[in-house]
Ligand binder design. Structure first.
Ligand code: AMP
Length: 396
């Protein structure tokens, strides 16, 4: 793996693909700067070596060309505060201003380019566009794990213009090392916990885990497809009838492969999809009509926590219930705490995928698990065993 730590950036201009796709409020202020903070070590390593830095990122999903609400200009001041230095800005990522500002950069200086997605060429992976970006610098660093599954100009295509000077940044390196611990270099018992809304979005990752994990906990909305597949009554709960057969196949495959599959035995049920709904505790396979499962019950929490307590490797993706509603968040919270306890006793725990990351952050537990992945779709695809173009582009 070619990383920035194997390279001396002295006198070099480094073009870094970062993921500064941060949330902004209506006043265009950053409401969560964790993605920017995460990129600081890579930037500082290059500056400390005596190099200069050109940062490129996307922000939001602009439709047709530039839109002020998606301008990276809104990040400039905050980035400057974090780096404790002025950040220059080019209002067009490949135009004259970018060329001039990049050409004038001195060692120790930082230039931020305007949103890459103001050009449709970015997501199309256009080679000419990538070449123009590449012309700004001597070395390319990819530190955007969250977009590594996309063959975009700045994440993949640009690398071919740096055949000998393309490297992984710190975030990428940490992601790949951490994911390796739950994919290849695992300590047993390995417990994988998959929750979230739908089975359909997680089938490939579940199948891949059947070759790796010792125990697999399936909860969240997707549990009901498995429960119904075994003949249970799931009432109004989320259920993908098209996937009942797939669920049965997964249950059989788990048995054949010796993976212990855990489904919640009890469920908090609600009479409406609302935090104010009436609730009750029910057996997961006996949910009355008109009621829906919204969280795992006490017995399931106890059983899952005991399984997690024995684990040496833990992967968690997807909440246990509708955790965005405070009355249905207890299961997700309890499982997060069980993972933290196991981590304190020496297990390696990786939390990844949008909503479980949001859950551990909201609970203030992000620092207490071994690693929180920055990649949603990228992490899932990597876990499914796919080759990510952004990673391959650096490795080949
Ligand atoms: P995913 O993006 O697939 O990880 O799904 C996350 C979403 O699943 C969250 O918005 C949760 O509210 C939702 N979810 C979890 N459990 C349930 C459930 N029992 N019924 C409906 N939605 C759920």
């Amino acid at each position: 793996m070619k990383t920035i730590n194997d390279y001396n950036f002295s006198g070099k201009r480094a073009l870094i693909r970062v993921d500064f796709n941060v949330p902004l409020n209506k006043e265009l202020q950053i409401t969560d700067d964790s993605r920017i903070r995460a990129a600081i070590p890579t930037i500082e390593k290059i500056l400390n070596d005596g190099g200069s830095v050109i940062l490129m990122s996307h922000l939001g999903r602009p439709k047709e060309g530039p839109e002020d609400k998606f301008s990276l200009r809104h990040l400039r001041e905050h980035l400057g505060k974090l780096l404790k230095k002025e950040v220059k800005f080019a209002d067009d990522c490949i135009g004259q201003s970018a060329r001039e500002e990049a050409g004038a950069l001195k060692p120790g200086e930082v230039l931020l380019l305007e949103n890459l997605r103001f050009y449709k060429e970015e997501t199309k992976g256009d080679e000419e566009f990538a070449k123009k970006l590449a012309g700004l610098a001597d070395v390319y660093v990819n530190d955007a794990f969250g977009t590594a599954h996309r063959a975009h100009a700045s994440t993949t295509i640009v690398a071919k213009f740096f055949p000998d000077n393309k490297l992984f940044g710190d975030i990428m390196t940490n992601e790949l090392k951490s994911i390796d611990k739950v994919l290849n270099d695992t300590r047993k018992p390995y417990v994988a916990i998959i929750g979230g809304a739908k089975v359909s979005t997680k089938i490939d990752i579940i199948r891949n885990l059947l070759d790796k994990a010792d125990e697999l906990i399936i909860a969240g909305g997707m549990m009901f497809t498995f429960i119904k597949a075994q003949g249970g009554k799931t009432g109004n709960s989320l259920c993908e009838d098209d996937y009942l057969e797939t669920a049965r196949e997964i249950i059989t495959e788990a048995k054949e492969k010796g993976v212990k599959l855990h489904l919640p035995s009890d469920t908090i049920i609600a009479d409406a999809f609302s935090n104010d709904a009436n609730t009750r505790l029910a057996k997961s396979d006996n949910i009355p009509d008109e009621w829906m499962g919204v969280d795992i019950g006490k017995e399931s929490i106890e059983k899952f926590s005991a399984t997690i307590a024995k684990a040496k490797t833990i992967l968690w993706n997807g909440p246990m219930g509708v955790f965005e509603m405070s009355n249905f968040a207890a299961g997700t919270k309890a499982i997060a705490e069980a993972i933290v306890n196991a981590t304190e006793k020496g297990a390696f725990s990786l939390v990844g995928g949008g909503d479980s990351v949001a859950a551990v952050s909201q609970l203030g537990l992000a620092e207490k698990v071994s690693y929180v992945s920055t990649g949603g779709g990228a992490l899932l695809e990597y876990m499914e065993g796919k080759i990510l173009p952004g990673i391959q582009a650096i490795n080949e």
